[in-house]
Write a protein that binds this ligand. Structure first.
Ligand code: NAD
Length: 450
């Protein structure tokens, strides 16, 4: 049975067969349908759209994008899924303001260039809608405060769509951390180590997109993302690594980030790529990229743990988010898929494969939903992150990853820029919860619900 058949059959069978218990369990009466609008239906937005169209509990009532090709590709997907045509907003940069006003939307999903995230999220929240925003949520510190202030004023929720939080291994480690397998946590290592040179310089040609263009001549993220590598030196994409680690360490829920220092290498990778794949005379060979090839940030946490966070997107290297979880009893090391737990692992000072542990501590959310998730993108994590948003709307409750997480994790970017600009000086990390981290309870990964 494919994924769509499964959902359709499950929906038709209803709770009597016990196939869709998550919709009906819990004390609160939950809504059956969630009505979504999409702002930004580029590569990422369309991938969320596809996920949404798989679900019988979602209606897509409106889409917005300034690029007619993105709108047409989305309309095509919606039609092929046999759904009714949504309202379309494509009349310029501010047409999203008209979308958010609609009264047939419960939630709005935003997958636009970073500088648009906060204006769009605030508009959605002010219009009384649930907002889901892609990563990173904010670019500046003020934007992080704007998210929090607007939530506190309007009561409208905002979820950051940090899909890596739902990785199966990362959630098994979360369970191990919470069950005390690592002892007391002391340290975590993470990062975004992804060779983006071809993406940052993608000209969108049919030769696979290998090019040396960005800005107006660029394709997809090369249109806007690359400019951040020209203008900024810091960890400009921190949340794929930090999100999971923040959950391991209960950040904003019993623990907090205190301060950070960041250090960057010289900038070489993008320039070299342009010379190697274009020529030394190409106009982009004259561009001065501010972003160091590797940026290393060390975060001190209130409860005494340290986090090392790496941003590494301009070098030839294999993909890795570089996770490590270290406690007083042992360590998980994602690179090498290995683990060592003192007194449990068979040989002293020697790691063993992590596979059996990841299976044994498989998170209940995954255990229950694995079939559904399997056919979704990014190894199932995109299924879960969208589902988290939808289930919180149905229950009219806070999303599993909330506005304080969005503000706090994303703020690491401007703070790391400040640190580097001041010669790796320590920079205090604001407490976006205004002290509530001391009493806040866990939301993410509590059970098998969402
Ligand atoms: N979580 C993940 O795994 C993941 C993966 C890829 C991208 N992303 C994030 O998703 C977001 C989008 O990335 P992408 O790869 O889809 O980029 P993209 O360039 O392919 O898509 C962005 C879309 O936004 C549209 N847009 C720009 N300004 C607009 C405006 N004012 N109004 C309406 N639409 C507007 C563009 O026309 C484009 O179609 C980024 O924040 C990125 O970091 C996350």
């Amino acid at each position: 049975m494919n994924r769509r058949d499964f959902i359709q059959k499950a929906a038709m069978a209803g709770p009597a067969m016990g196939i869709v218990p998550t919709l009906y369990s819990g004390e609160e009466r939950v809504a059956d349908k969630v009505r979504l609008g999409f702002i930004g239906v580029g590569l990422r937005g369309r991938s969320h759209l596809e996920q949404a169209l798989f679900r019988q509990d979602v209606e897509v009532n409106a889409i917005c994008d300034i690029d007619p090709a993105a709108i047409n590709a989305s309309l095509d997907k919606i039609k092929k899924a046999g759904r009714k045509a949504p309202a379309v907003y494509g009349k310029g940069d501010e047409d999203f303001l008209n979308l958010v006003k609609r009264d047939d939307l419960d939630g709005i999903l935003i997958a636009t260039p970073w500088q648009w995230h906060v204006p769009m999220t605030l508009a959605a929240m002010r219009a009384g809608k649930y907002a889901a925003v892609e990563v990173s949520a904010t670019v500046t510190l003020q934007e992080s405060w704007d998210l929090v202030d607007t939530f506190e004023k309007t009561g409208s929720h905002c979820m950051i769509l940090e899909n890596v939080c739902y990785r199966r291994d990362v959630m098994a480690i979360l369970r191990m951390v919470r069950e005390g397998m690592f002892g007391e946590m002391t340290y975590a290592h993470c990062g975004y180590q992804h060779d983006l040179r071809a993406i940052k310089l993608n000209n969108g040609k049919s030769d696979g997109g290998v090019g040396v263009e960005f800005g107006e001549k660029g394709y997809s993220e090369a249109k806007w993302r690359t400019q951040h590598s020209v203008d900024r030196n810091g960890d400009i994409y921190p949340t794929h690594g930090l999100g999971p680690v923040a959950h391991w360490l209960d950040i904003n829920r019993g623990n907090a980030f205190s301060y950070l220092t960041s250090t960057s290498t010289k900038s070489r990778g993008l320039h070299k790529y342009i010379v190697d794949h274009g020529s030394k005379d190409h106009p982009n060979a004259k561009v001065n990229f501010k972003l160091g090839d590797i940026v290393t940030t060390v975060i001190q946490c209130h409860n005494g743990e340290n986090i090392v966070l790496i941003h590494d997107t301009n070098s030839p290297r294999p993909y890795s988010l570089a996770f490590r979880a270290q406690g007083t009893n042992g360590i998980w090391m994602n690179d090498g898929d290995s683990i060592y737990i003192e007194g449990v692992s068979p040989k002293e000072h020697t790691a063993e494969p992590d596979k059996a542990y990841l299976q044994k501590y498989d998170h209940p959310l995954w255990k229950k939903q694995a079939k559904e998730a399997e056919s979704a993108g990014h190894g199932g994590i995109d299924y879960f992150v969208l589902r988290g948003f939808i289930e919180s709307i149905k229950r009219k409750t806070a999303p599993p990853i909330d506005v304080y997480d969005a503000a706090t994790w994303s703020a690491i970017s401007p703070l790391s820029e400040q640190s580097i600009a001041k010669g790796s000086a320590p920079i205090e990390i604001p407490d976006f919860t205004r002290g509530k981290w001391k009493t806040n309870k866990r939301i993410f990964g509590r059970n098998d619900e969402y």
